[in-house]
Structure formats: structure tokens, C-alpha cells
Design a protein around this ligand. Structure first.
Ligand SMILES: C[S@@+](CC[C@H](N)C(=O)[O-])C[C@H]1O[C@@H](n2cnc3c(N)ncnc32)[C@H](O)[C@@H]1O
Length: 197
């Protein structure tokens, strides 16, 4: 099956009601990214999108921190699970991120969405992120650089590939190994701050 389709992901949720990627809470790297944004003196704005939100933990954490959050997932069990867990504090959208007409946003928080994409669609995905951002909006991402050689998704990505793929649409301001990863992912994630060109 093709990870570009909602049917693929719906089957994953049907097979694994508690999928292996789900941290049952926000990624610790979300806080680390927001600290890095503040340390760099960048002003994110208020409206944030979370593509491929899964059960919504990161989106809900951003809402708790005062952002106005719109979260997207095209798999029905994901959005249903997010609504059940977190109610209406986030605008949950059961939509395909590539084709939604909602937005544009001040920032995007991407956790396990870029790396869940078919690698052949990465440029298209980054273009869609740029399209959904306001001028100079921010793309904030937590990306696997090491998946222990397992077949994806998730698909790992190198620092060079991130810079090369993003170059036409997004200026990479900050790309570092994440230091506050969940223990299951320690030493395997990048933290990225990019800005729409
Ligand atoms: C690996 S899961 C990660 C979920 C969540 N970000 C997390 O880390 O818990 C990837 C999610 O992206 C969703 N997804 C993949 N492609 C999508 C698309 N084009 N539009 C919306 N959602 C998409 C899938 O349905 C799935 O829920």
C-alpha cells in the first residue's frame, strides 16, 4: 500500500490502535525548538499548523502554550483520537495537507510528518508547507536522521538532503541534533528551524 493515501494510514491505525510512533504526549523536542526560537530572537506569531497530527499531542501542547492551532490528518482514526483526547482546544481537520485550502499560517510544526511521506514527494511536501505559510513564516521540524536501517515509514533524512530539498522554498536557519529527544529516539533526531523564502 502507498503511504500517500489515507487508506494506508487507516490500515496502520486499525492494525495498531497504539501505533509505535505515538509518544502518548508531546515530543520533548517541541519545547527544545521553542527555546531555540526564543534564543534566536525569532517571533513566531500566533497561528500554527500541525500537519499529520496523529492523536494530536503536539497540537494540544501548542494550544496549551497559547498558540491558535489548526491540526491536519487525513486518517479518520487519528482525528477522532485527537478529538477524544483533547476536545475543541484545537481546530482538528480531517484533510489532506497537500490540498487543504485552510491557512496560511505563521508557522508549521512538523513532527514525524515529513519523514512519514514517500521520499519521492519531499519537494512537493516542502512546497506545500511554503504555500501554507504567510510571508517569512516558520517551518519547525523534528526529523529522523537514523531509523536503524528499517524500511520506512518513517524514512530517515540527512542534514544535506534537508538543506538541498528545502533550498528553493525554505531557508534553513538552524539544523542541529536534538538534545531532548524522547529516550526511544535519543541520538536519532534533528531539530530544524526554517523560514519561508
Ligand atoms: C507517523 S504518523 C505521526 C503522527 C504524529 N505527528 C505523531 O508524531 O504522533 C504520520 C501521520 O501523518 C498522517 N498523514 C500522512 N500523510 C498525510 C497527508 N498528506 N495529509 C494529512 N495527514 C497525513 C498520517 O495519517 C499519520 O497519522
Amino acid at each position: 500500500m502507498d503511504p500517500s493515501t489515507p487508506e494506508y494510514w487507516q490500515q496502520v491505525y486499525a492494525d495498531e490502535p497504539r501505533p509505535g510512533w505515538d509518544l502518548d504526549g508531546p515530543s520533548p523536542v517541541l519545547a527544545e525548538i521553542l527555546e531555540a526560537v526564543a534564543a534566536a530572537g525569532l517571533a513566531l506569531g500566533k497561528e500554527i499548523a500541525v500537519p499529520g497530527c496523529g492523536f494530536g499531542h503536539d497540537a494540544a501542547e501548542l494550544a496549551r502554550r497559547g498558540f491558535t492551532v489548526t491540526a491536519f490528518d487525513f486518517a479518520h482514526p487519528a482525528i477522532e483520537g485527537a478529538r477524544t483526547r483533547y476536545g475543541t482546544e484545537v481546530d482538528w481537520r480531517e484533510e489532506d495537507w497537500f490540498t487543504t485550502t485552510v491557512g496560511p499560517f505563521d508557522a508549521i510544526f512538523d513532527h514525524t510528518c515529513f519523514v512519514a511521506m514517500d521520499p519521492a514527494r519531499r519537494v512537493e511536501y516542502l512546497d506545500s508547507c511554503a504555500r501554507h505559510l504567510k510571508p517569512s513564516g516558520f517551518w519547525l521540524a523534528v526529523l529522523f536522521h537514523d531509523t536503524h536501517g528499517r524500511p520506512g515509514p518513517p524514512f530517515q533524512v540527512s542534514a544535506k538532503a534537508i538543506r538541498d530539498l528545502a533550498a528553493p522554498s525554505i531557508e534553513v536557519l538552524h539544523l542541529e541534533p536534538a538534545m531532548q529527544s524522547h529516550p526511544r529516539r535519543a541520538g536519532r533526531e534533528f531539530l530544524v528551524i526554517g523560514r519561508k523564502r
